[in-house]
Write a protein of this length. Structure first.
Length: 306
C-alpha cells in the first residue's frame, strides 16, 4: 500500500487477507516497523521495504506493541535480516523475545493444532539488541518522535505508540478489533479484544481513555488498519467491555460456561452489527469466529483469576 504520512500498512498474511497488519514508518530515508506478524510474515515486510526504495540497513527500529505471536512472532527472524535495528518492547515482554520458549508453549496451548499452520519458528533476539521501553519513552526516527506509553488491559506488557506527525496511535490490540469488511455507512465496526491470558477490564478501560485524551485523528489497529471517528469508537469499546464483563459474570458457575460465553458474544456482536446497519449478520459471525472463541477463552481465564 502507498505511504501516507510516511505510514505503510502491510498485510502480514496471517490467517486470511485483511486480518492482521504490521506498519512501516518511513522518515528521511530511515525506517521503523511497528509489529511484525508471525515468522511467516517476514518476506512481506522485507518486500515492503524494497517497494519503498529501502534496504534492511535503513531500518533503525522494530517496535512490538506486545509479544503475542500475531504481533511479534516474526521479530526474531526479522531482526536477523536488519543489521542496524534495535528491538523495542515493554520491559515485561523483553524476556520472552530473548528466550521465546515459554511464549511458544503458551501459544500452543491457546491455538492447539492450528499453531503450526499459522506460525513460523520463533527465534531469540540477542539481549544486546533489545531495548526495554519505559512508559512515556520517546523513540527517535530520523527526527520523528514516536512516544511509547504503557497501555495494559489486553495484556499487561502492552504499549502503544503516539505519532504526532499523523496525530495517530499505533494501538496493537488495546483499541480493539475492526475489520474493513464490516465498515458501513455509519463508520467502522469495532469490538474489544479479551483474548487469553491477561485481560483486565479496569486497566483496559483506563488505557482506552488514555488514548482518547490525546484527541487522535486516527488509530492504527493490528486487526485491521486505520480507523477514524476515534472518540465515538472508544466510547463504544468501553461500553462493550462493561457488557462483556456482565456476560462473563452471569455465565460463571455454569457447567457449560465456555459455550455460554461463545453464544453470548456472538449475540452481542450480531446486535452491534445490526445497529451499525450491517444486514448480513451471518457474515459478522463468520469473520469474528476466531475472535469470539479467543475472547470467550480470555473471559474465562479472567473469571478464574478473580
Amino acid at each position: 500500500m502507498p505511504a501516507q504520512d510516511g505510514i505503510v500498512i502491510i498485510d502480514t498474511g496471517y490467517v486470511r487477507p485483511g486480518f492482521c497488519a504490521a506498519y512501516l514508518l518511513v522518515e528521511r530515508g530511515r525506517a521503523a516497523f511497528i509489529d511484525t506478524g508471525t515468522g511467516r510474515s517476514v518476506p512481506r515486510l522485507l518486500a515492503a521495504l524494497d517497494a519503498h526504495g529501502l534496504r534492511p540497513e535503513h531500518v533503525d527500529w522494530v517496535i512490538a506493541t506486545h509479544v503475542h505471536l500475531d504481533h511479534a512472532g516474526g521479530a526474531g527472524p526479522l531482526m536477523r535480516e536488519l543489521p542496524r535495528a534495535m528491538f523495542a518492547v515493554h520491559p515485561d515482554g523483553a524476556r520472552h523475545m530473548i528466550d521465546p520458549s515459554k511464549l511458544e508453549a503458551s501459544a500452543r496451548a491457546v491455538y492447539g493444532a492450528d499453531y503450526d499452520c499459522h506460525h513460523g519458528l520463533l527465534e531469540p533476539i540477542p539481549e544486546s539488541r533489545v531495548c526495554r521501553i519505559d512508559d512515556g519513552q520517546v523513540i527517535d526516527l530520523a527526527g520523528r518522535a514516536l512516544r511509547c506509553v504503557h497501555t495494559p488491559g489486553h495484556a499487561r506488557h502492552h504499549l502503544s505508540v503516539w505519532d504526532a506527525r499523523s496525530r495517530s496511535w499505533f494501538a496493537g490490540d488495546t483499541f480493539g478489533i475492526s475489520y474493513r469488511e464490516l465498515d458501513s455507512a455509519r463508520g467502522a465496526f469495532i469490538v474489544p479484544s479479551t483474548s487469553p491470558v491477561q485481560f483486565d477490564p479496569v486497566a483496559l478501560r483506563a488505557s482506552i481513555r488514555r488514548l482518547l485524551a490525546e484527541a487522535p485523528e486516527a488509530v492504527f489497529v493490528t486487526h485491521y488498519g486505520r480507523v477514524t471517528g476515534v472518540q465515538e469508537l472508544g466510547t463504544r469499546l468501553i461500553a462493550q467491555i462493561d457488557g462483556m464483563v456482565d456476560l462473563a459474570r452471569r455465565s460463571n458457575g455454569s457447567p457449560d460456561r465456555h459455550q455460554r460465553l461463545v453464544t453470548g458474544l456472538a449475540r452481542k456482536y450480531t446486535a452491534n452489527a445490526q445497529r451499525q446497519g450491517i444486514v448480513d449478520t451471518d457474515e459478522v459471525v463468520r469473520l469474528l469466529e476466531m475472535d469470539i472463541e479467543l475472547n470467550a477463552q480470555g473471559l474465562g481465564v479472567w473469571l478464574d483469576r478473580q
